[in-house]
Design a protein around this ligand. Structure first.
Ligand SMILES: Cc1ncc(COP(=O)(O)O)c(C=O)c1O
Length: 398
């Protein structure tokens, strides 16, 4: 069998590639007694969702309707709650019939969107670095891909002035997201406003991937729903994976201009029958009965962030303090550069020598080269253990 050209253009994603290395380490550590794997490479948390959410799910699991296919009409209670949440969270009125769509993860939504709104050969723009589904969705839709490179000296701000007028006029879609993964920069509302303004002026769609909206430790939490004009050509993706610790449950939603929601629903009607009603009831409980939740989660991440940064800086690693909760974005140490290592070599050597897995930044695009991402997804004592192992290895190599 020869896979499609589109699939070979997609290549093997960073998480899949790195998973093979992690499996190899795990396997070897069983026989050679080396330290167990400490996986800080995925944004997949050790924390549980609120118990009120788990109760709502377990109470609904045995209901026959939870095991049945759920057509769009069945998602109505969820869509109404999502619309109410938008009103409460952003003060924005949203039509639950026409402007809300349930998703099986915001990854699914951002990956399917280009199929819904671009014709083959049309151009989509993504940030570099960015979350892999942004590029992947454009590849699957046979779109032409343009990138806007972010720079550390500019605090990872998207400088739209780098885009020529002709480039802007050619665009069909811009996909981006702040708070930003992998740089952990929360971003500013004015950046989103500017993107939406450019989209309206140049007639391209603006898609904002916002799964971290409730994981801001310092500063503002931008949202496209706060940007004037989104009802004409914008769509925003929210997720239960991050602040609600429900990544494995696969629940998210899109809020957007009516034609965009309708187009994405059209693609999804071929691909899936929505998420189970039992899980939707968990999501409804999250949005209606756990108001204090994201705040509790933030205090856990703040402690993890501050402890880990302090320990890393004591090694001489100049790690910037991120304003978003879940990740540290760390420059490749100069001693490693002097040895001719790049971020991928560094993380491979770190993994095989210490069992600590970080993500090489280049996995998020060339703009992430020379950086490493550490996910704060383990308890403080395990993070301290990771730094202890890194320290021994660091001192032996630097
Ligand atoms: C920017 C971004 N979008 C989407 C996702 C995936 O979210 P979900 O679990 O809702 O598919 C992630 C996960 O790390 C992410 O960082």
């Amino acid at each position: 069998m020869v896979p499609s050209k589109r699939l070979s253009r997609l290549g093997i994603g960073i998480f899949e590639r790195y998973d093979i290395c992690k499996q190899a380490y795990r396997f070897a550590s069983l026989s050679d007694n080396s330290a167990p794997l400490l996986d800080l490479s995925l944004g997949s948390t050790d924390l549980l969702p609120p118990s009120i959410v788990l109760d709502a799910i377990s109470q609904s699991l045995e209901a026959p309707e939870s095991a049945a296919y759920c057509l769009n009409i069945g998602t109505k209670p969820f869509r109404e709650v999502a619309a109410d949440w938008c009103k409460k969270r952003f003060g924005v009125s949203v039509d639950p019939e026409k402007e809300v769509l349930l998703l099986i993860g915001s990854q699914e939504g951002t990956a399917h969107l280009p199929l819904a709104v671009l014709d083959p050969g049309q151009t989509g723009l993504i940030l570099d670095p960015s979350y892999p589904s942004h590029r992947g969705g454009l590849v699957l839709a046979d779109a032409k891909i343009e990138t806007l490179t972010l720079h550390s000296e500019e605090d990872w701000k998207p400088d739209f002035r780098c885009l020529k007028a002709s480039q802007l006029q050619d665009l069909g879609l811009m996909v981006f997201g702040y708070p930003h993964n992998p740089t952990s920069q929360t971003g500013k509302q004015s950046w989103l406003d500017e993107a939406m303004k450019l989209g309206l002026k140049n007639h391209f769609i603006v898609a904002h991937d916002n799964p971290y909206v409730d994981l801001v430790l310092d500063g503002e939490a931008p949202a496209l729903l706060n940007s004037p004009g989104w009802k004409e050509g914008g769509i925003e993706f929210f997720s239960f994976s991050k602040a609600w610790n429900m990544g494995g449950f696969r629940l998210a939603f899109a809020i957007g201009a009516e034609p965009l929601i309708s187009a994405l629903r059209g693609v999804k009607s071929v691909v899936d029958f929505n998420q189970s009603l039992a899980l939707q009831r968990g999501a409804i409980a999250a949005l209606t009965k756990a108001d204090d939740w994201p705040v509790q989660i933030l205090s856990i991440y703040r402690k993890r962030r501050d402890t880990t940064i302090k320990a890393l800086r004591s090694l001489g690693w100049n790690v910037p303090k991120p304003s978003m909760a879940m990740y540290l974005w760390m420059p490749l140490p100069s001693w490693a550069k002097n040895r001719g290592w790049n971020d991928e070599t560094f993380s491979a050597k770190l993994l095989s020598n210490t069992g600590v897995a970080l993500t090489p930044g280049s996995g998020f695009g060339l703009g992430g080269s020379g950086w490493l991402r550490l996910a704060l997804v383990r308890p403080v004592d395990e993070l301290e253990e990771a730094i202890h192992r890194i320290k021994i290895w660091w001192n032996a190599n630097s």
